[in-house]
Design a protein around this ligand. Structure first.
Ligand SMILES: CC(C)(COP(=O)(O)OP(=O)(O)OC[C@H]1O[C@@H](n2cnc3c(N)ncnc32)[C@H](O)[C@@H]1OP(=O)(O)O)[C@@H](O)C(=O)NCCC(=O)NCCS
Length: 202
């Protein structure tokens, strides 16, 4: 298994991995991937992928892929939280490993590779996770994420509410801490590392 940056040719496998979640959710309601009311059309997913690929190319996002036998079996992406200058230091993380490939250390390797690529680009990585998704929460904690909040009933899936846990990983400030649209460094006075309230919940 290799972990590498996203490639243009990954689209068909990543699409398949994502669409499979629409089937999986029938038996695994804790799968923590947001779903549209109906599985999206390929054209909509192709647009999403092209945007993602573009953002990776211009440095706005990072995306790493786990490849096994020439096929993408998992992806972890960190996307800039927004374009307002107040939030450009924050990356938002998402991860999906294809069901048949889980529990073999792929998720951990993807996370570690994604976090490494975020250093010097984002000051902080955020994510939200279904509180019921014990495995994912444990994995995030083990790579340094801390939970800072719980949104009661933040998820409503098939008539059942689930709490949403918010987690943060603060990356040590580096110089320069992140880059502008053109890849040029933006000089910022690094925020004190402990300025963000990140109480451990456990
Ligand atoms: C969450 C996810 C990315 C983890 O990937 P993975 O390849 O299965 O995880 P790994 O095999 O690297 O496991 C890493 C650790 O997490 C634990 N873990 C992960 N998922 C688990 C689960 N469902 N139940 C119990 N433990 C789990 C493992 O015990 C392992 O611990 P260890 O390294 O100490 O042995 C993957 O299960 C997945 O894609 N799930 C569906 C999508 C999803 O829920 N994404 C999270 C969105 S917030």
């Amino acid at each position: 298994m290799t972990v590498r940056d996203l490639a243009w040719g990954d689209f068909p496998a990543l699409l398949e991995n994502y669409l499979a979640v629409y089937d999986e959710v029938r038996t695994n309601p804790d799968v923590g991937i947001g779903l549209f009311p109906e599985p999206p059309k390929i054209s909509a997913e192709a647009e999403w992928f092209a945007r993602l690929y573009g953002r990776v190319q211009d440095g706005t996002s990072i995306a790493v892929v786990a490849e096994e036998g020439g096929r993408a079996v998992g992806m972890c992406g960190v996307d800039r939280k927004g374009e307002h200058r107040e939030v450009r230091h924050i990356g938002v993380l998402g991860i999906l490993v294809a069901r048949d490939w889980r529990g073999r250390g792929i998720g951990r390797r993807l996370l570690e590779a994604a976090i490494e690529r975020c250093r010097g680009r984002f000051e902080r990585i955020e994510l939200s996770v279904f509180a019921s998704n014990e495995g994912a929460r444990r994995l995030y904690r083990s790579v340094g994420f801390v939970a800072w909040g719980l949104e009661p009933g933040g998820v409503l899936r098939d008539g059942r509410h689930t709490d949403l846990e918010y987690m943060i990983l603060s990356l040590a400030p580096t110089s320069p801490p992140y880059y502008d649209r053109t890849g040029g460094p933006i000089e910022l006075a690094p925020a004190p590392h402990d300025s963000i309230p990140c109480p451990e919940t456990e």
